[in-house]
Unconditional design. Sequence first.
Length: 108
Amino acid sequence: MPNLQLFLIDNYYKLIINHFNSNWIYFSIILFFIAIHGVFLSRKNIIIVLMSIELMLISIMLIFIFFSLYLDDFFGQVSTLFILSIGASESAVGLSLIVSYYKSYNYF
């Protein structure tokens, strides 16, 4: 009897994950294209470009997480942590470059 319960719980979990994965993957793809649109339209504003690049990284992380849940593999979640650290370092370097640029031209 416990094996039947585990089987039913596992299949219910797979059904829920399959249903929500498709919606969230569509959302991640739309988010990625919005971020690409933001990068190409606002070339002169570096802060919006950095925010759009962060949005791209977030959408990629969402896709990795949902595919790792779907495939029962933890590699997507581990790689999400690496992408998160790359995004944090990218934003720190980008903001420090912006501050040094504005300080060199006395905008403050």
